[in-house]
Design a protein around this ligand. Structure first.
Ligand SMILES: NC(=O)c1ccc[n+]([C@@H]2O[C@H](COP(=O)([O-])OP(=O)(O)OC[C@H]3O[C@@H](n4cnc5c(N)ncnc54)[C@H](OP(=O)(O)O)[C@@H]3O)[C@@H](O)[C@H]2O)c1
Length: 249
């Protein structure tokens, strides 16, 4: 399966890109950090493509998808994973923060999808987007309000694409607490979080049972994404939620 994985330089996207390649997929890994992508491609194995892409730049999205499609000989599947979540109270979330969160988490997904849709229309392929439990399953977590709002918007955007392109399988994968791999594969999501604010909001997340008390092994997520793509030609899978089973008190 000719698959483009966006956000494949670290964390869950890297694990998914490497995991799909190891399961026999012909994969293109996209993100901004070239060295990290090269390293991921080595883990993924021979034939894996690396393409630089900044999803906040429309021209970069178009050029990257064109390059990936040319290298793969078409696109059967798109996996969109980029997501940022600055830790800030809403009252402190300025316009630039709202913009950057939406540019990466929502608009970038739309731009990449628009570039990939002609290829997916041709192959009758599928597209998968990593969303978050905080956008739909739980209420928005204090300190991560802009992030939760953006993931709810992403969820709706996936529905909107499906409405206009019913020949493509669009799936949102709602993810709960998940550990990335080790080293470069480790999630960079909480990097730069203010530790004082973290100390303030974390007990609230715990008291409201937003955290499951355990981290899901990323291999479960990779297996679920693979299953969705593998059956994409026959099944419609609008949404799945993949989260660790809560630890009983
Ligand atoms: N980790 C969890 O427990 C968890 C739980 C629920 C949902 N999620 C979702 O899973 C996704 C991945 O999270 P993660 O924890 O793996 O985060 P991560 O380690 O920070 O990875 C984010 C990836 O997105 C890429 N990216 C960010 N901005 C980009 C841009 N402008 N252009 C292109 N690529 C960009 C990064 O690559 P470059 O910086 O190299 O561009 C990186 O490869 C996110 O959407 C997150 O919301 C994660």
């Amino acid at each position: 399966m000719r698959t483009v994985v966006v956000g494949a330089s670290s964390g869950l996207g890297r694990c998914i890109g490497v995991g799909l390649a190891r399961r026999g997929g012909h994969v293109a890994l996209l993100a901004r950090r070239r060295e990290r992508l090269d390293d991921a491609a080595k883990d993924a194995g021979p034939g894996t493509l690396v393409v630089e892409c900044d999803v906040t730049d429309a021209a970069s999205c178009r050029a990257a998808i064109d390059e990936a499609a040319a290298g793969l000989g078409g696109i059967d599947a798109l996996v969109y994973t980029p997501g940022i979540g600055p830790l800030k109270k809403l009252v402190d979330t300025d316009a630039e923060t709202w913009r950057s969160v939406f540019d990466t988490n929502v608009t970038g997904a739309a731009l990449v999808t628009a570039a990939a849709v002609p290829h997916l229309d041709e192959s009758g392929g599928c597209a998968v987007y990593l969303s978050s439990v905080s956008g739909s399953v739980t209420p928005p977590w204090p300190g991560l309000g802009a992030y939760a709002v953006s993931k709810a918007a992403l969820d709706k955007m996936v529905d909107a694409w499906r409405g206009e392109h019913p020949g493509i399988g669009f799936t949102r994968v709602v993810v709960g607490d998940c550990a990335g791999g080790e080293g470069d594969a480790m999630t960079g999501f909480p990097m730069g979080w203010d530790l004082d604010l973290m100390a303030e909001v974390h007990p609230i997340w715990v008291s409201r049972n937003y955290l499951s008390g355990t981290l899901m092994d990323v291999e479960h997520l990779v297996a679920m994404v693979h299953a969705v793509l593998d059956r994409g030609a026959t099944l419609s899978v609008p949404s799945i939620t993949v989260a660790p089973r809560p630890v009983s008190p």
